[in-house]
Design a protein. Structure first.
Length: 85
């Protein structure tokens, strides 16, 4: 009886595609985990930037001057192209 059940189980397992589907699902899960790791690295970099920016806000509240690049609108040069003929 025990041998019969083992052979039956082996035949059922061999006739199904469960093992192929399981292997495919594992591969998909591994790929998703890799992509999540990459995205988490991006989130980590962004979080560090947020921390640095929040320190600048605290410094501004204390009255310190702004560090770094000036905003784009202050660097705009005015031209006299509005002349009408």
């Amino acid at each position: 009886m025990k041998k019969y059940l083992k052979r039956l189980w082996g035949a059922i397992w061999a006739s199904t595609e469960l093992d192929e589907k399981a292997i495919a699902a594992i591969e998909i899960a591994k790929n998703r985990v890799e992509m999540m790791k990459l995205e988490l690295e991006d989130v980590k970099k962004a979080a560090k930037n947020v921390v640095a920016q929040s320190k600048d806000v605290v410094d501004a509240a204390k009255g310190k001057k702004r560090r770094g690049r000036k905003p784009y609108y202050k660097n705009k040069k005015k031209t006299n192209n509005n002349s009408k003929k």
